[in-house]
Structures are given as C-alpha cells and as structure tokens.
Write a protein that binds this ligand. Structure first.
Ligand SMILES: *Cc1c(COP(=O)(O)O)cnc(C)c1O
Ligand SMILES: [Zn+2]
Length: 423
C-alpha cells in the first residue's frame, strides 16, 4: 500500500498505542469506533522538503502546496479540480460593527462543492486510491457527502452516500448532480453513520466518515496553514469555528501544532468552538468537567444542520483543541445564527450557510462575555456556502427585517416605497 513516507505511525487518542500506517485500520482495535487515531509524522524529514521560503516560491495555489505535510504519497494524483487556497478576506466594515480592530474571514464558501469538507474529501479519494479501493462511502449531514461526491466526480470514482432524509434539498441535489449513489436514510445522522459503517465493512468500500477516518482532520488542517501563510506567518489571536463532530477544530489544532513543530510559528491562536444551543454537547461536557470519552449523548436539534451532532465523533481531539490553546466553547441560539447570515453577507460580501455563520454569532457571544478584546486579531472560519440552505437565509433575513417589497411596474410606486437614504 502506498502512503506518505513521513508518517511514523497512527496513535490512538485514548490509549496512545501506535499502529503502522500500512495496517489499513481506521480506529484502534482496542477501543472500537471511539478509538480515533492521530497521524504522526517525522517533522525533521518534512523540514527538508518544505519551508516558508519554498512555499514563497510555490506556484501551486491549492492545498497540495503542503503535500509533504499530508498523509499521501507524493505520486498519488489529487482530484483534478483545485481544492484549497481559498481567500482570506479582510472584513473592515464587519470588524467595526463587532468592535474588533482586525478581522479576517477564511472564505471556504469558495471551495469547489461550497464547503471546507472538500479539503478532507480530496484526501479521502487519494487514500482510497492508495488502498486500491474503487468505491468510497460516507454518512453525512450533507456537506461531507457533497464534498465526497464532487471529489469522486472529479477523480472518476464511485461513491455511495447515506444522508438523513431531513438534509437540506440543495445538498441532496448536489449529490445527485455529481452522480453519487444516494440513500436517504429514514432516521437520524447517527443511524445513517452506523449503517454506513456496516455497509462499508460488508462490501469492502473505502470509508470517509468524519471522526472515524484519521486522515480527514489532516485534510482540514490545510486551512490553518493557509491562514498563517496568508497573514505573512502571523498567528491570529483567536479563530472562531462552528463545531458539530469536532473534526474541523481538531484539524485546525493539528495544523497549528505542525507549524509549531516546524518552527514556522512560535505561538498558538486560541481556538473558539461555537455550538448551536440545541446541539451543545461539547459546551455542556466542558462545563460539567466530566470525562469527554464517556459523557452521554444529547438530543441534537438546530437549524444549523452541519453542526448538529448528538455525540460528536471527534470529541476527544476537539476537547483538546480548545483546552490546549486556552480557547473557549461558546453556545449560540438558532436566532443568533440566522441573524448572523445577513449580517455577514451585507457587511463583507461573504454568503454563509447557518453552520458557517455560527462563527460570527460566536464572536458576538464572546464579545458579550468579554472573552475578546478590540486589539485581538480575529479570524472567522466561514465553512460553507449560503446557497446550500436558502430557506434558512430567508428566515435570517426576515429576523433582521430584510424583506423584498412587491410593487406595481410603475416608477411612482418605486418612488413611494424608496427608503429616504436612496432619495
Ligand atoms: C461539517 C461542517 C461544520 C462542522 O465541522 P465538524 O467537523 O463536524 O465540527 C461546520 N460548518 C460546515 C459548513 C460544515 O459542513
Ligand atoms: Zn486505543
């Protein structure tokens, strides 16, 4: 089996046992589905292949500019469609509204399938090729499935998708358009996840599931590399990210740890995990002080479907991401998430789906709790495109009193209804 020559092993996040990258296992056999593995590398060997100055000369404006830091063999071809190196947008007007001096938006709405999940799914397609699999599968609340479908379409591979029947129609439309085999599971995401594991074991399909496949956080960590490189290797003080399963925040943490080990940066940002009030497992578990491995599942319900998770799969790594960076867990109501969609769009031009706008709602909450100072430099990770969930956008606009007016096709009617600012 081909893989990166820099991987020294896969370590169980519960018992610290190490496994060889060629063993083709996903989780620690001692700990079953809970025993998520973390990929470890030989950083001194990596430092011979990639540096800040080699990156400065690189003409590869995709996430593959960081290939020596990714868990793939250098000759494994990525999907042809470009992934990563999304813009870091300076958002001065939004900064002023939020009372922050320096605010940037990492705009992953501009990924090929419209969400940050492309970073991981592209890696999944490459890992599947390396193991010789021809079919890939995942369960997903929507975006991971859309990303896998899109990356498989680009690479010419087959994929089988299990999504809860309740997934937003735009996401299901994406799956079908990309040519995936789609099963709408009459049940929850957790049931779809269990079914997907069973099916992949039975049919021998490569499994992309978040918080199960150890390579997904590795793909997501490229967002951390890009943020630092785009800031001229400055480390922001705080990064806000919507958290469901906890894989993105874990990936960010991993990316920053990699850069620390390579000496590219000398401090960590505080990672601020934002959860919907109706899906606040991490927030509650942290407040309880109980063991994250055994803290019981909750019933999750939120408008932000991409961060709805009753038992976050990557909770061990996610808890460490916040603890080890002196970050915080923030909890925001659905109304605040919905209202953040038009606030973000109107003040910056970046159009987010609810789970992505949650990062802005989280910043507002941190402001209220005095967890952020005006002089802190802040990055909001905007993880998914607003077009994926138009119904929620309309709700957010209605909450913010942004409504379209119906008029007769007459100039007089326009004049009558024009706000005074436009006269
Ligand atoms: C998946 C997703 C998240 C949350 O990522 P987790 O790894 O599940 O915590 C946030 N926003 C969007 C748009 C997503 O698709
Ligand atoms: Zn273990």
């Amino acid at each position: 089996m081909k893989t990166s020559k820099f991987i020294t092993g896969l370590r169980c996040t519960i018992c610290d046992r190490m496994y060889a990258p060629t063993e083709n296992i996903f989780t620690c056999p001692e700990h079953g589905n809970e025993g998520i593995l973390d990929v470890e590398y030989d950083y001194s060997a990596i430092a011979n292949e990639i540096s800040k100055s080699s990156l400065a000369k690189s003409r590869d404006f995709t996430q593959w500019r960081y290939t020596p830091l990714l868990p793939v063999h250098p000759e494994t071809a990525p999907p042809p469609i470009p992934v990563g190196w999304t813009p870091l947008v300076k958002a001065d007007r939004l900064a002023e509204i939020c009372g922050i001096n320096t605010l940037h938006l990492k705009d992953d709405t501009r990924q090929p399938t419209g969400s940050l999940k492309d970073r991981a799914s592209a890696v999944a397609v490459m890992k599947a090729k390396e193991t010789g699999a021809t079919v890939i599968t995942t369960a997903s609340t929507g975006n991971a499935a859309a990303a896998l479908s899109g990356m498989c379409a680009s690479a010419g591979m087959e994929c089988v998708i299990f999504v809860p029947k309740s997934a937003p129609p735009a996401k299901i439309a994406q799956l079908l358009a990309y040519g995936a085999h789609v099963y709408l599971v009459d049940g929850t995401y957790d049931q779809a996840f269990a079914l997907c594991l069973e099916a992949s074991a039975h049919f021998g399909w490569y499994n992309r599931n978040t918080g199960y496949n150890p390579y997904m956080a590795e793909g997501k960590k490229t967002a951390a590399f890009e943020i630092c490189e785009q800031l001229g290797w400055q480390v922001p003080d705080q990064i806000y990210v919507g958290v469901g399963d906890g894989c993105i925040i874990s990936g960010l943490h991993k990316g920053f740890k990699d850069m620390l080990k390579l000496g590219w940066i000398d401090s960590m940002p505080r990672l601020m995990g934002v959860q919907a009030a109706g899906s606040d497992y991490m927030y509650r578990a942290a407040a309880s002080g109980e063991d994250i491995v055994t803290y019981p599942p909750i019933n999750a319900a939120t408008v932000a479907d991409s961060i709805s998770a009753g038992l976050p799969r990557d909770r061990i790594k996610a808890a460490r991401a916040v603890n080890e960076t002196n970050g915080a867990w923030l909890r925001v109501e659905d109304e605040a998430i919905l209202a953040a969609i038009p606030l973000l769009a109107a003040s910056s031009g970046v159009f987010a789906e609810p789970a992505a706008a949650a990062s802005l709602a989280g910043l507002n909450e941190a402001k209220r709790l005095k967890l952020v100072r005006p002089e802190d430099s802040v990055v909001l990770l905007i993880t998914g495109n607003g077009l994926k969930d138009v119904a929620s956008t309309m709700k957010g606009c209605a909450l913010s009193h942004k409504e379209a007016m119906t008029i007769s096709p007459k100039l007089a009617d326009v004049r009558d209804k024009l706000p005074s600012s436009l006269h």
